[in-house]
Design a protein around this ligand. Structure first.
Ligand SMILES: NC(=O)c1ccc[n+]([C@@H]2O[C@H](COP(=O)([O-])OP(=O)(O)OC[C@H]3O[C@@H](n4cnc5c(N)ncnc54)[C@H](O)[C@@H]3O)[C@@H](O)[C@H]2O)c1
Length: 262
């Protein structure tokens, strides 16, 4: 990557209030990118705004096309352009296929799959017109392999990769690239650690083991022997946004420490 390559570029990031989205928005801002951050919970984004005062916040529920269009419009009106889309917002409702509430199942598809579609749909006309742009979708290792008692999540992520590949085919002639990042488990992220429904707490409870034992079990499953960190994803995101990856589109890059290899 060239020094200063990202300075003055404009990005929109969804689900920027917490976890990975917040970390990515901060990293982009630190490299001089003008960021419009969207989240369904705007109060979540207060800390982001405090650490990155020039970030523009936008209430955005990715299940609503008009909210995604508004986020893109906010970036255009505030910064005058749009270079990058980081479609990151996602949820996980787990439960066996014959037990999960069908509405909870559907909600996962609406946020993870429709949400990504809505962001691509909102950004594509602008990027086509500019004949440049990069879209990065935050997928998962569950986009490559089924997930025990998380069928909605895996279905949404498998679908997400079909969407990324198809959009990449359509937008290639306009010089717009579309790729996905498929992280492994970020066991230090709030999804795993915060609140009663934190995955680390749920999975330990389901297995009748302590959270520490659960964490050690998950780390052991990873060939490189550790959990995924924000920096692992940030590094791949910058590579995908940079001109160093100008011949890469329609790909789903595993960031799993060797856990997933397909
Ligand atoms: N944390 C992990 O271990 C992990 C692993 C692989 C992939 N991922 C993926 O990374 C992405 C981010 O995950 P995370 O761990 O940071 O999750 P998180 O729950 O910590 O944060 C998600 C953010 O998205 C927001 N959000 C939820 N529904 C929304 C909606 N309808 N519209 C807009 N924003 C909404 C939430 O308010 C929250 O701020 C997701 O797509 C997830 O599937 C996470």
């Amino acid at each position: 990557m060239k020094a200063g390559e990202f300075i003055g570029k404009t990005a929109v990031v969804t689900g920027a209030g917490r976890g990975i989205g917040k970390a990515l928005a901060r990293a982009l801002y630190a490299e001089g990118v003008q960021v419009a951050a969207g989240d369904i919970h705007t109060e979540n984004m207060k800390a982001l705004k405090e650490s990155c005062p020039d970030i523009v916040l936008c209430e955005c529920d990715v299940t609503k096309l008009e909210d995604c269009e508004k986020l893109v419009q906010t970036a255009l009106e505030t910064f005058g352009n749009l270079d990058y889309v980081i479609s990151n917002a996602g949820i996980l409702n787990s439960g066996a296929v014959d037990e999960i509430d069908p509405d909870a199942w559907k909600k996962v598809i609406e946020v993870n799959l429709y949400g990504t579609f809505h962001m691509i749909r909102s950004a594509a006309p602008v990027m086509k017109k500019n004949r440049r742009g990069v879209i990065v979708s935050m997928n998962s290792k569950s986009g490559k392999k089924g997930s025990y008692k998380s069928s909605a999540y895996a279905a949404s992520k498998f679908g997400g990769l079909g969407l990324v590949q198809s959009a990449a085919l359509e937008l290639a002639e306009y010089g717009v690239r579309v790729n996905a990042i498929c992280p492994g488990n970020l066991m230090d992220s709030p999804l795993w650690t915060e609140g009663e429904n934190a995955l680390g707490i749920q999975y330990a409870r389901n297995r009748g083991i302590s959270q520490e034992e659960c964490r050690a079990m998950y780390d052991k499953q990873v060939p490189l022997g550790r959990t995924c960190h924000y920096d692992d994803i940030i590094n791949v995101m910058f590579f995908l946004l940079s001109d160093d990856s100008s011949y890469i589109t329609g790909q789903a890059i595993n960031v799993t420490g060797g856990f997933e290899m397909r």
